[in-house]
Design a protein around this ligand. Structure first.
Ligand SMILES: Nc1nc2c(c(=O)[nH]1)N[C@H]1C(S)=C(S)[C@@H](COP(=O)(O)OP(=O)(O)OC[C@H]3O[C@@H](n4cnc5c(N)ncnc54)[C@H](O)[C@@H]3O)O[C@H]1N2
Ligand code: MOO
Length: 420
């Protein structure tokens, strides 16, 4: 058996990012820039008002106070989107809206709250500072200046910056298109009748969700029969278009463990036992002319999800040119539990919060790798080292979160409110 680190390192060593693509900004959501992106405009694009009020010259409101308001004639209205260049008339004011262009010659804006709000002649109760409530052209970024450095993952805020800056397309590490294939003659897709000895394929939809949640793109989710020729043909087809392939099942010692049989000796494929529980039987390699990473995960549902979290997620992140996400935290054991000797053990746990706001965890849903209903109750996997055989109550544990922290904390807050 090899260690978790050794296998992860062997996998990551072979992974290279997918190629660069130029994509429209909206389609680049979640992808990583490969070049610096410069603004195509000054932002703001023109001097404009940050308040609904009146554009004035400060010198025209000398001495204006609530007790001694100053009256100015109103030249008219300037609305946001108004294309006409307005000229400031000395001794007058324009009524102006937030985002509307500043009239040429006006130097400041008085908020409507500091006036009587009238439309022909208005009373001003303050004298503004020069530049008050004016947003200057280019104060955010100037044409040609950097809006996004290379290596930035494009999320909502970056899309806003690019759109404002007039950038329509960006160079990014392409989307990672993933094919998910379940194997085993016992499997039927959800929605079809389940005959004697058959079970519903849960790994397919589970991995599709894991891939999508992690920001990759499941392009095909299917099933391989326990048939060598059909498995070969189907795999060859997917190696032509996918950026990664994930299979489950058929990799241990069974007489019908077809995946292992078909792929042994192909490309850089290696089948091995990793010192972990669950997830012991693993296979990985680069296959085909395009050297596509293929992960052959064990079929037991819990083994498959643990394998995804430990090996596949970091590998796909590297393929997408991303910084590897850190989904780990710590807590402590509320009870004691057994841990497999000589194997790193990933125990499904549910979290509660102690008085100091720390996660206190205990096993949930049983420890068998087939217990898929119990899996749904878990917030995290508690990771215990190879030399540990018993995790003691009160000891610190490393946690690998199975859902975003905010969701776990949200559930705990609701349970606290309802006393549950
Ligand atoms: N003689 C030995 N037998 C087994 C060993 C071993 O070392 N020696 N290892 C066990 C361990 S650990 C695991 S994990 C499994 C892995 O087996 P495979 O990857 O070959 O998977 P299968 O045999 O095809 O299936 C295992 C189990 O999972 C169910 N399954 C498979 N695919 C799905 C799916 N898509 N959705 C839901 N459930 C699925 C399948 O019906 C089996 O019950 O091997 C042990 N055996
Ligand atoms: O390693 Mo298997 O993954 O124990 O169930």
């Amino acid at each position: 058996m090899i260690s978790v680190e050794e296998h992860l390192e062997a996998v990551l060593r072979q992974i290279v990012p997918v190629g660069t693509q130029r994509l429209p900004v909206a389609r680049a959501h979640g992808l990583v820039t490969t070049a610096d992106v410069a603004s195509r405009a000054d932002l703001p694009r023109f001097d404009n008002s940050s308040m609904d009020g009146y554009a004035v010259r400060r010198e025209d409101l000398e001495g204006a106070t609530p007790e001694t308001p100053v009256l100015l004639r109103v030249s008219g209205d300037v609305a946001a989107g108004d294309p006409l260049p307005r000229e400031h008339v000395p001794g007058q004011a324009w009524r102006i809206m937030t985002g509307a262009p500043m009239p040429v010659g006006a130097d400041s804006v008085v908020r409507v709250e500091d006036t009587d709000g009238h439309v022909r002649e208005a009373q001003f109760r303050v004298q503004p500072e020069e530049g008050a409530n004016v947003r200057r052209a280019g104060e955010d970024v100037r044409t040609g200046q950097l809006v996004l450095p290379a290596g930035t993952r494009i999320a909502a805020a970056q899309i806003a910056a690019l759109a404002s800056a007039g950038v329509e397309e960006v160079d990014v590490v392409g989307p990672v298109r993933v094919v998910v294939l379940s194997t085993g003659d016992e499997l039927v897709p959800l929605g079809q009748p389940v005959g004697p000895g058959q079970i519903v394929d849960s790994n397919g939809p589970m991995l599709e969700a894991l891939v999508r949640e992690a920001g990759f793109f499941p392009v095909h989710v299917g099933h391989l029969p326990d048939d060598e020729a059909a498995t070969r043909k189907e795999l060859r087809h997917h190696l032509g278009h996918a950026d990664a392939v994930i299979t489950t099942g058929g990799v241990s010692k069974g007489a019908y463990d077809i995946v292992k049989k078909v792929l042994t000796g192909e490309g850089s494929m290696e089948f091995l036992e990793v010192a972990m529980q669950p997830g012991k039987p693993q296979g990985f390699g680069l296959l085909g002319r395009r050297r596509i990473p293929v992960f052959t995960l064990p079929g037991n549902p819990v083994s498959a999800i643990v394998s995804f979290e430990v090996f596949v997620r970091p590998a796909l992140e590297k393929r997408a040119g991303r910084v590897v996400s850190d989904r780990t935290t710590t807590g402590y054991a509320l009870t004691s539990w057994r841990s497999a000797s000589d194997r790193r053990t990933y125990t499904r746990v549910r979290a509660t919060l102690d008085a100091t706001g720390e996660y206190a965890v205990e096993p949930v849903g049983g420890s068998g790798s087939h217990l898929v209903a119990g899996l749904a109750l878990a917030d995290a996997l508690a990771v215990s080292a190879e030399d540990v055989t018993e995790v003691e109550a009160g000891s610190r544990v490393d946690l690998l979160l199975l859902r975003p922290r905010r969701e776990i904390d949200g559930r705990l807050a609701r349970e606290k409110e309802t006393g549950g």
